[in-house]
Design a protein. Structure first.
Length: 611
């Protein structure tokens, strides 16, 4: 989850590191720091503090650090409180080795005890500090040899960048279970945990694989494994540009990304709709018609918002393709006893493609006998994308806001395309497929119309921003939208909210309803709308305030609900793409009114790369 950036070349490192940290801050913002060296006897200079990157920038303005080689880090705390001593970079006893680290060292306590027994003095509560002391003790004439020697004692995950005053102009990078990449420039090289940190300087990147060790100097780089075998990795070109990771006049990335959804859904659909046959073109799945026909079961593994998208996908795939679908929390699936059912396909959903639990669940599914493992991800070159047998890229562009918005709607669209693809090879009626393809092509325009509800949503936010708790209710394919709406409100406004199937309200949550609790119904016009309307009556009878997200032309609900937000009509299976938009806007505007940090909510980070 933390952010790493590093530089070696001919320029001043500090401005490059600071700008990289600014772009990575969505990955963690508890503390930040830099370590820079210029090759003289002064060794390595470190500046760090608890707090945001802007605070570090101010420190460096008062106490500049000069040098052309450096590493930097912005932290999401795991081991140890977010304090200045616990901030990265960390050093060894001599102060001549410094490193930054993403991941978790699982045997850190045992390593610390052994190191302390041999005379090492520790200054922090972190697991990372053990790595610096291990490298100090390791033998070897080169820095990479010492890093390899140290890592031989480590159990856990790491994305690691190390510098040493005894090896000026060198950065050593290692990866095991935590993403890290190299940026290739002219006479200079970069290290980052995310391409956004270095996009200003290069679009050519090399993604490291688990077990890789990279050695960077101004003259070039090479990649080896822990046995000193040379590894060849392709150079990839980043497709998106710098403008995609700038605010572009919006006050927050979250609002920008909400408003981008007409275009991001269009990008997810582009080139994939087959109007004549009523099917989808998904060459990246690497699934033949025969393999589609052989699928007997699908298990979707995901976390958070991606799990909610998977729940929508279950409805879609079961209806279009007739395949039973289970949706599992990745964090639970990886530790459950797998049921080896023949003909099972696993699908891992992750915006970043690096979510640790989802990646491990995907591996567990493969080990458990899944005949194919597919990925639905947004980040090209991510670990899930590279390890999957096939999959679907979202093409939604970089998502910077911690609370996912545009990735969610693109995930739903991608899962619908998957349902069409499978259904086409498993007997879906062509006319039904053509109808859905037509409706999919209309979605970008319908999204634009739905986002025009923002003034109404803003007024609702002003009316309810002070409420202590919300209840979100939906049924069928829109029950996951209720879950997602509640999650968004919790994430960024810190208001307690729960999502439930509307009919389940009677089995407990109805006890909470009073005139202080807003109840949000996700109730488009569909086959079960009248059932949801009955649930509204139950809330009204108990004095609850009802906000209904419903469909244009669905009759006047004014005598029943307090507020109506009407989205355009579309195919029932596609309605979650539209009904979720007002809920994203509601969470956003309530959070702004409450003075919350919308893009960087407390205790959260964008990409959860630790368990």
């Amino acid at each position: 989850m933390c952010g790493i950036v590093g530089y070696v070349g001919g320029r001043e490192a500090t401005p490059i590191l600071l700008e990289g940290l600014r772009r990575l801050e969505y990955r963690g913002y508890d503390s930040a720091g830099v370590a820079v060296m210029n090759g003289d006897a002064a060794g390595i200079t470190i500046r760090k503090l608890a707090g945001r990157v802007q605070g570090l920038r101010q420190v460096l303005a008062g106490e500049p650090v000069h040098g052309s080689t450096g590493i930097a880090h912005t932290r999401w705390a795991t081991h140890g409180a977010p304090t200045t001593p616990n901030a990265h970079p960390h050093v060894d006893c001599s102060g001549r080795i410094a490193l930054v680290h993403n991941g978790i060292i699982e045997n850190a306590d045992a390593l610390r005890a052994a190191l302390q027994a041999s005379g090492h003095r520790f200054c922090t509560e972190t697991d990372t500090e053990t790595l610096a002391h291990l490298i100090e003790d390791a033998g070897g004439e080169t820095l990479e040899a010492r890093v390899i020697g140290a890592l031989g004692h480590v159990v856990g995950t790491y994305g690691l960048a190390v510098v040493s005053a005894d090896h000026p102009g060198t950065v050593v990078v290692a990866r095991q279970g935590s993403p890290v990449l190299l940026g290739i420039g002219e006479g200079e090289l970069f290290v980052a945990s995310d391409a956004s940190a270095i996009l200003e300087h290069t679009r050519s990147v090399v993604y490291l694989d688990d077990g890789d060790i990279a050695v960077l100097t101004p003259s070039g780089y090479h990649i080896i494994d822990t046995q000193d075998h040379v590894q060849l990795r392709p150079v990839n070109d980043i497709a998106w540009d710098l403008q995609a990771i700038e605010l572009g006049g919006y006050p927050h990335f979250m609002l920008k990304e909400i408003c981008e959804q007409a275009e991001t859904v269009r990008s997810t659909l582009r080139g994939r709709l087959l109007f004549d046959s009523g099917a989808a073109r998904l060459n990246g799945l690497n699934l033949s018609p025969e393999q589609c026909a052989a699928i007997q079961r699908i298990v979707i593994v995901a976390c958070g918002t991606s799990w909610h998208a998977g729940l929508v996908g279950r409805h879609v795939i079961q209806e279009l393709a007739g395949i039973p679908v289970a949706v599992e929390y990745a964090s639970e699936y990886r530790y459950s006893r797998p049921i080896r059912e023949p003909g099972t396909v696993a699908i891992a959903i992750s915006q970043s493609g690096e979510t640790a639990d989802t990646l491990e669940a995907m591996r567990a599914a493969r080990a458990g006998g899944a005949i194919r493992v597919l990925g639905i991800v947004n980040v090209v070159g991510s670990t899930i994308a590279r390890e999957a047998d096939g999959g679907i890229y979202l093409h939604a562009g970089p998502e910077i806001g911690v609370a996912s918005t545009k990735a969610f709607t693109s995930q739903i669209v991608a899962l619908t395309l998957l349902g069409l693809y499978l259904g086409h090879h498993r007997g879906l009626a062509p006319e039904a497929g053509r109808e859905l393809v037509c409706r999919l092509s209309q979605l970008p325009g319908l999204i634009t119309r739905t986002l025009a509800l923002e003034p109404q949503v803003r007024a609702l936010a002003r009316a309810y921003a002070d409420r202590p708790t919300f209840l979100y209710l939906g049924r069928g394919v829109n029950f996951p939208v209720a879950l997602e709406g509640a999650l968004k409100l919790k994430e960024i406004s810190y208001i307690h909210a729960e999502g439930y199937p509307a009919a389940e309200m009677k089995h407990g949550p109805i006890a909470l309803i009073d005139d202080q609790m807003p109840v949000v119904f996700v109730a488009p016009k569909d086959d079960i709308f009248q059932k949801v309307r009955s649930n509204m009556q139950e809330v009204k009878a108990r004095g609850g305030h009802i906000i209904a997200v419903t469909t244009e032309g669905n009759g006047d609900l004014g005598g029943l609900v307090d507020h109506q937000l009407r989205v355009p009509a579309t195919a029932p299976l596609l309605s979650p793409v539209l009904t979720t938009l007002p809920l994203q806007l509601l969470a956003y505007h309530i959070a702004v009114l409450r003075g919350c940090d919308v893009d960087q909510p407390r205790n959260l980070a964008k990409s959860v790369t630790v368990e």
